[in-house]
Ligand binder design. Sequence first.
Ligand SMILES: Nc1ncnc2c1ncn2[C@@H]1O[C@H](COP(=O)(O)OP(=O)(O)O)[C@@H](O)[C@H]1O
Ligand SMILES: [Mg+2]
Length: 504
Amino acid sequence: MSLELRAVTKSFGALVANDHIDLKVGDGEIHAILGENGAGKSTLMNVVYGLLQPDSGTILVDGKEIKISGPADALAAGIGMVHQHFMLIPVFTVAENIVLGHEKTNKFGILELTKAKEEIRRVSAEFNFDVDPDALVETLPVGIQQRVEIIRALIYDAKVLILDEPTAVLTPQETDELLRNMKILRDKGTSIVFITHKLREVQEAADKITVIRRGKVVGTPPVTASQEELASLMVGRPVELEVYKKAITPGPVALAVKNLNVHDITGRRLVKNVTFDVHEGEILAVAGVQGNGQSELAKAIVGLEEFMDGSIVLDGKDITTWSVHDTLYSGIAYVPEDREHDGLISSFSIAENLILDTFDTPPYAKGPVMSPTIVAREAEVRVKEFDVRLQSVQDSAASLSGGNKQKVVLARELSRPVKLVVASQPTRGLDVGSIEFVHQRIISERDSGKAVLIFSTELDEVTDLADRIAVMYRGEIIAMVPATTSREDLGLLMAGVHPEGTRS
Ligand SMILES: Nc1ncnc2c1ncn2[C@@H]1O[C@H](COP(=O)(O)OP(=O)(O)O)[C@@H](O)[C@H]1O
Ligand SMILES: [Mg+2]
């Protein structure tokens, strides 16, 4: 089945998220939609799936114009979608989830679980999906939950399957498996719209590529295009993908974490007996699939976790029980995972946010009074250096887009005279061009002798930046490996499997 969009336009207020987008997805092809965060990919697919109504434009299936008022219409037309954030109900079984979401299509009556289970087993066997229809969804790993979503689409006879950033939550091995399954599906005649911002995956799986930038189609490069070509189309200027990093000898231990445990309020242990050091002039990257205790470990180090034990020593001082206020003043720069809440004060101006932690010290203040002129001047310098896109540094931080908020936090934290930088997902939400800049900046922090601790779920980021790699799995650091460790071995470790020779 083929899918065609003609001049699809969708605005949110003044923002044109999709601007006259044309797209042709042929019969039985994997069509990658490549674009940065915020380019308009999800909006476009939500229009196709009937979750959003376009302002104008038409959708054609097999050459015939159709009207899609909601997901039921999309499914009836043979269009299925697996969302960026899964839409399964955790306390229900696989079969219940598949039957329940879709009573309207009348494929199964509410009580026809038996029939649904048969279908699930059939599709699961066909693709080697290994999904048990009676399993509770909440007990399944994310990769399997994704298969449940795919099975659901297939059972409802999707001929065009839309996958919105499906690899964002997967380990490298799960990603490879998904790409293989996509090819099997394609070979059996299903068309796949594959949304991603990862160049490697596009090169590996796509038959056709459409690149979207700021709501517009900016190119349909051949699949033989290089990563550099794809990246510069995506960003709109040449991009250097190589990260340059010179070899340096690390200094003494700056941060020593010993037997650290973090519990949640119910007493569940989220970080289990973690011990490691970070040296001056060294980047230690903590790799792992999202949700394996990384966020809690980062927060514990900067003093944001309440229920913890063990010891944290920074530069010879025991800071285990220090408040976040004290740790940040005494020498930790912190780039939190959730900048909206933890990184910025939305109601303060951008200028104030850029110097939040230092505004009561010279040169910004003489005595208790902050000098607005000096604050503004310093803010302008940092805004320029970090390429923050804004109207005025006097606007509130709330007025910034997500990527620019992130840059403000980075600009502030990476400009402070500290011993240790702790950064969680430092480039999440940034475009390829900004990622390049932030990576170089992090490396220069390390070159200047700071200890750097990065938490990242992006394997490329980990291998580009790290001098050493710690892998976290279910709250434990299950391996401490050299930066030269292969993607495959790292992927296995992230899934809790120790490949030959990596047992620590
Ligand atoms: N419901 C909405 N209301 C307002 N703005 C939105 C909404 N959904 C998306 N946007 C904006 O539209 C743009 C495109 O978003 P999206 O389609 O999610 O991008 P992508 O999936 O490529 O990352 C972004 O600037 C985003 O902030
Ligand atoms: Mg999206």
